[in-house]
Design a protein around this ligand. Structure first.
Ligand code: LLP
Length: 430
């Protein structure tokens, strides 16, 4: 088994950073998300250095949807990250973590009037997704006596090699304005009284394991910049979104390193802006690449059953990690308390949810598993807890953050009381 450098096997136990995952499971209980803050920091620095080696004016906007814990925002804010925020909640958390309004971009294809008003109030730039939204934002800014700086979200009609549910730049996806209509949109923005169009935004999809689509995307955006200059807009940022994938199957996935990503994207960007005689900032919006591998989901085996195949029934299911069910995603599984034992049997790791699709991992060769054993699901830091639910009335689990030798809760587990806390009794039932 190939492990990333912050994971190791010592004394038969899987360790994350300096910590024994089995001891963490005992101390904090299971299921449990455990995140290594040092790894998040290392990932940020590596990506940042890879990009700035080509061009100094790079800004990293963390795609907050990947992991919305305030502690993750704080860690990234302390390194100078801004954020791609997709909701009033993400915007508020980013500001609460100390990120400055001018390091945020409010994205989304369906913003409510209250979202637009919040962006205006906080002085956060907006990625506008339609002319309808532009008109509403102009009115909101006018009502507040302010001007809002915007980008338009460009739909570049680029097909990317990833799961169809997370390819966002397809011509038919719900995001953005077709590249062929984008110039007209900027003309409308120039004519709007309270709007200042200063940027270009795009995002082609997620978990992309090739660099060539990103280079094509940048070419499209340079083309947009060329047209903008013709109508008198000198773009001050070009935001190419996120999407860089990680090798969930470490044995076989060929995942581009950040240096390779930068090596494909930056020359196209630099050649383009040089020809145009402009020096915009380059913005990127990585989510998964910064946080996915920093986190393991620890789960305890409740029972083992052989019925046609062998199931290890564990205490975490798609209520806590929906990716395998939703996207057929692969996550590596390690028998955390027997990590150096030989793999002797094929197991399917099944969650406690009342659905056939509640399988975290299918047909994996693992050491002999018994009730009480701990399994670790790797690379669970992006779109893991963030997409969790209370389905089957299961309280969500705790999240622990590690830093060096320290371990502390960054979110307590919900209780059964928490499940009912927000429910109300209609008067006729009282
Ligand atoms: N920027 C925008 C506008 C986005 O919509 C996204 C992700 C990102 C950046 C970050 O993409 P990343 O670097 O993380 O690939 N739940 C799915 C992924 C959905 C991605 C949605 N948008 C999953 O679990 O794979």
């Amino acid at each position: 088994m190939i492990l990333p450098s912050h994971l190791s096997v010592r004394g038969g136990h899987l360790h994350i950073g300096e910590h024994d995952t089995v001891a963490l499971a005992e101390r904090f209980g299971t299921p449990l998300y455990v995140t290594d803050e040092d790894r998040v920091r290392e990932n940020f620095r590596r990506l940042s250095e890879a990009l700035t080696a080509h061009y100094p004016k790079v800004r990293i906007l963390y795609a907050a949807k990947a992991n919305g814990n305030l502690a993750i925002f704080r860690a990234l804010a302390s390194l100078g990250a801004g954020a791609d925020v997709f909701s009033a909640g993400e915007l508020t958390l980013a500001l609460a973590a100390g990120m400055q309004p001018d390091t945020l971009l409010f994205n989304g294809s369906s913003k409510a009037p209250a979202d637009l008003a919040l962006a205006v109030e906080k002085g956060v730039r907006v990625s506008v997704d339609s002319l309808d939204e532009l008109r509403q934002l102009d009115r909101a800014a006018g009502a507040a006596g302010k001007t809002v700086e915007i980008a338009f979200r460009v739909n570049p009609a680029i097909d990317v090699p990833t799961h169809p549910k997370i390819a966002t730049g397809l011509a038919t996806s719900k995001f953005g304005i077709p590249a062929s209509e984008i110039l007209d949109a900027y003309r409308h923005a120039l004519a709007a009284e309270h709007i200042n169009p200063i940027g270009i935004h795009c995002h082609i999809g997620s978990q992309i394991l090739a660099v060539e689509p990103f280079a094509r995307e940048v070419e499209v955006l340079i083309g947009v910049a060329r047209d903008l200059i013709d109508i008198g807009v000198d773009p001050s940022f070009i935001d190419i979104g996120g999407g860089l994938g990680i090798p969930y199957r470490r044995e076989t996935d060929r995942a581009p390193a950040p240096e390779e990503y930068a090596g494909a994207v930056m020359p196209v960007f630099l050649k383009g802006i040089k020809e145009l005689g402009i020096e915009p900032e380059l913005w990127v919006e990585p989510g998964r690449w910064l946080v996915a591998d920093s986190t393991v989901l620890l789960s305890r085996v409740n029972s083992v059953k052989t019925a046609h195949k062998t199931f290890a029934n564990v205490d975490a299911g798609f209520n806590l990690l929906v990716r395998p069910t939703m996207y057929d995603s692969y996550h590596e599984v390690v028998a955390a308390n027997r990590a150096d034992a030989p793999a002797v049997r094929e197991y399917s790791i099944a969650g406690p949810i009342c659905e056939t699709g509640d399988i975290l991992a299918k047909d994996r060769m693992l050491p002999e598993l018994h009730a009480g054993d701990i399994i670790a699901v790797l690379d669970a830091g992006a779109y893991g807890f963030a997409m969790s639910s209370q389905y089957n009335s299961r309280p969500r689990c705790a999240e622990v953050l590690l830093s060096g030798g320290k371990a502390a809760l960054m979110r307590r587990a919900e209780t059964i009381e928490d499940l009912t806390a927000l429910m109300a009794t209609p008067p006729w039932q009282a």
